[in-house]
Design a protein around this ligand. Structure first.
Ligand SMILES: O=P(O)(O)O[C@@H]1C[C@H](O)[C@@H](CO)O1
Length: 270
C-alpha cells in the first residue's frame, strides 16, 4: 500500500509546485469552499494513480491545490464513504497521500443530522469526540508501518489547542461554534427513529456517514485534525418529516458563507 501512496503523491507533485501544509476535506454540499483557493491547480481523482472515485451528488471528485488565507492547501471536493462500496482502506487513502505530501493539519467538514435537540439546522458544531457505530475500522489489514503504529491511540482524536484558537477567533467574529460527539453510521439509508433514540441515550450529538475513518487515519499517521459539522437536518424521528439528501445539500448551501468563514479561520489559526 505504501508504494501506491507514494505513486499518488508523486503524480500530484508533478502537477503543482506548491507544498501543501493543510489538507481540507469538504463534505456533502460543502465543496464551494475550494472555489476560494487562489491560483488553483485542479486534478481529477480519475487521473491520480490508485485514487478512489467519488460517486455521491455534492462530491465533485476533484482535488484543488493552491493558497487560501496565505497558506498552501490541498483540498478534496468530495470524499469517500463506506456505503459507496469502497474498501475501508480506500476511504483513508487520501489522508496518507496528504501525509506523504507533507501535510501537517487536516480540516474535515461534514453534513450531519442533529441528534442533540438543542441544535438547529444551519448550526455549526465542532466534532470533539467520536463514536464508531459501524464497528468497522479503516486500519483493518496489514499495517502501513511507514505511516504509523499498528495500534494507534485515539485518546485525543482532534487537536484541542487548535480548536481553542479557532473558537476564540470565531467568537470575535460573532460566529457561533458549538461542540458535540459525532456518531459514525454506515448508511446509505438514514437512521431509523429508534436508532436515533439509542444515539441520544449514548450521548451522541450528531449523526453522519463519514469523517471518523479520516480522523482515525490522521491519528494513525500523526496529522493534527479538527472537524466541523454543518447540521443540515434534525436526525430521524426528531421532526415528523422524512429526511432526504436534497434537503441536506440545500441547508449546506444556505450556510455556506458562515461555514466557509470557519474553515478559513481554521486555516489561518493553524
Ligand atoms: O460526506 P458527508 O459526511 O458530508 O455526507 C453526508 C453523509 C452522506 O454522505 C450524505 C447524506 O445526506 O451526507
Amino acid at each position: 500500500m505504501y508504494k501506491k501512496i507514494q505513486e499518488a503523491a508523486e503524480y500530484i507533485k508533478s502537477k503543482s509546485d506548491i507544498k501543501p501544509v493543510i489538507g481540507l476535506i469538504l463534505g456533502s454540499g460543502l465543496g464551494y469552499i475550494a472555489d476560494e483557493i487562489e491560483d488553483p491547480i485542479i486534478i481529477d481523482y480519475k487521473d491520480i494513480p490508485h485514487f478512489p472515485q467519488s460517486t455521491v451528488k455534492g462530491h465533485a471528485g476533484k482535488m484543488v491545490i493552491g493558497m487560501l488565507e496565505g497558506k498552501p492547501v490541498i483540498t478534496l471536493k468530495g470524499r469517500f464513504h463506506a456505503y459507496e462500496g469502497h474498501e475501508l482502506s480506500k476511504l483513508v487513502f487520501p489522508i496518507y497521500v496528504f501525509k506523504e505530501l507533507g501535510v501537517e493539519g487536516l480540516v474535515l467538514t461534514n453534513a450531519a443530522g442533529g441528534v442533540n435537540r438543542t441544535y438547529n439546522p444551519g448550526d455549526i458544531v465542532a466534532n470533539t469526540s467520536f463514536i464508531n457505530f459501524t464497528f468497522k475500522n479503516p486500519l483493518i489489514g496489514p499495517n502501513i508501518d511507514e505511516m504509523g503504529p499498528r495500534f494507534p491511540s485515539m485518546a485525543t482524536p482532534i487537536d484541542r489547542k487548535w480548536l481553542d484558537k479557532i473558537e476564540k477567533s470565531a467568537e470575535e467574529k460573532k460566529i457561533k461554534i458549538q461542540e458535540g460527539t459525532y456518531c459514525w453510521m454506515l448508511g446509505p439509508s438514514y437512521e431509523s427513529p429508534a436508532e436515533i433514540k439509542m444515539l441520544e441515550k449514548l450521548e451522541g450529538d450528531l449523526v453522519g456517514m463519514s469523517t471518523m475513518p479520516e480522523i482515525i487515519a490522521a491519528n494513525h499517521c500523526g496529522i493534527k485534525a479538527v472537524a466541523f459539522s454543518a447540521v443540515t437536518n434534525m436526525a430521524a424521528g426528531i421532526l415528523p418529516q422524512p429526511l432526504n439528501h436534497k434537503e441536506v445539500m440545500e441547508v449546506a448551501e444556505r450556510i455556506k458563507h458562515k461555514f466557509a468563514k470557519v474553515v478559513k479561520i481554521a486555516i489561518k489559526t493553524f
